[in-house]
Design a protein around this ligand. Structure first.
Ligand code: HPA
Length: 265
């Protein structure tokens, strides 16, 4: 385990694998009780930042097989306090168009077969974590303000529907998600955001709409289409991430680390 504290982390989703936004990058493989996690650590504006490619550096790990626990635990071991994640999403709300950024504030969990907690009874006891507000309100506010600073249009809230994947949805599922209040649909924010909360980390996601959901989209969905839209918007995403890193206050003003049974590492 590394001794140095790294306060900030970026988890890069689909289309965001390249940590070269940071300087002096080194790679660390961190061994956790849940397996290994690969992190690249670099500096931005004098501050060390950890970068983790959620799907692996070569996008080889599908959403349902990601070792979410190892990833979040590794960040915790590094001393990370704040995590800004990116996600590619489809839209089940016609007002959210491909290319739009959304700073989601709620999720609906439609995953099915994932390990979703660090707390499995035994010594740790039975733990029920509050997720009334599943994303860090302070970090979300920073993302919204950062988007304004750099002139990137971002919807300030939205409900993220997390599906099991790796298949895309049926047209009926997208219709249902829209009726239930879902705005965007992706495959990774649960359990990632939940584990971050269990670990007492502040966590927020900026979702980028890459396509209309199945049945709204006039064409069938492809991963290539998702990658194309991500690539077309990657400069804006980078600008947004930089501004976010600059604006994160040193002290945490939220309750993410206070009201929850922080995981011991
Ligand atoms: N569905 C689920 N996940 C996604 C989509 C989608 O339409 N687009 C990008 N990630």
């Amino acid at each position: 385990m590394t001794q140095k504290k790294v306060r900030l982390a970026i988890i890069g989703g689909t289309g965001v694998y390249d940590p070269r936004i940071l300087d002096n990058i080194r790679e660390e493989v961190i061994t956790t009780p849940y397996g290994q996690a690969k992190v690249r650590i670099g500096t931005y504006a004098g501050e060390e930042v950890a970068f983790m490619a959620r799907h692996g550096v070569d996008h080889s790990v599908p959403p349902h097989l990601i070792n979410y626990r190892a990833n979040i635990y590794a960040l915790k071991m590094l001393g990370v306090e704040r995590v800004v994640a990116t996600t590619a999403v489809g839209s089940c709300n016609r007002e959210l168009k491909p290319g739009d950024f959304v700073v989601v504030d709620q999720f609906l969990d439609f995953t099915k077969g994932r390990v979703c907690t660090f707390f499995e009874g035994g010594e740790a006891g039975v733990v029920h974590t509050d997720v009334t507000e599943p994303y860090c309100p302070e970090l979300r506010q920073v993302l919204v303000a950062a988007a304004q600073e750099v002139g990137v249009a971002a919807h300030p809230r939205g409900t993220y529907v997390c599906t099991e994947g790796p298949r895309f949805e049926t047209a009926a599922e997208i219709r249902m998600f829209g009726q239930l209040g879902g705005d965007v649909v992706g495959m990774t924010n649960v359990p990632e955001s939940v584990l971050a909360r269990e670990a007492g980390l502040c966590y927020a996601t900026v979702s980028m709409v890459t396509n209309y959901g199945a049945g709204i989209s006039p064409t069938s969905l492809t991963h290539e289409e998702v990658l194309e839209v991500m690539a077309a918007n990657s400069e804006n995403l980078k600008k947004l991430l930089f501004a976010t890193l600059r604006q994160i206050p040193v002290q945490r003003g939220c309750a993410c680390h206070k009201n929850n049974p922080a995981l011991k590492v």
